[in-house]
Design a protein. Structure first.
Length: 76
């Protein structure tokens, strides 16, 4: 599962606003903002949709030590 902090960090890596991610994922912008602030937890389906939009743009979600994170996918 991804966290709001990961989504926010992924957007920043891509230079995307919440509005752009909302448009790319079909997710409501206000709900996305609440998730990033830790005020709500979207459904598994919604999180999957957000994750796929970010991964399609080149983001990789990482898990493990020291914790969950994000990075841009290496080309090549």
């Amino acid at each position: 599962m991804i966290t709001g902090e990961q989504v926010k960090a992924a957007r920043k890596l891509l230079g995307w606003s919440q509005v752009r991610l909302a448009g790319q994922s079909g997710f409501a912008g206000a709900t996305l903002a609440k998730f990033e602030r830790g005020e709500s937890r979207p459904s598994v389906l919604s999180l999957t949709t957000i994750r796929r939009a970010l991964e399609a743009a080149g983001v990789e979600f990482t898990h493990g030590e020291p914790g969950a994170g994000v990075r841009l996918r290496k080309e090549g």
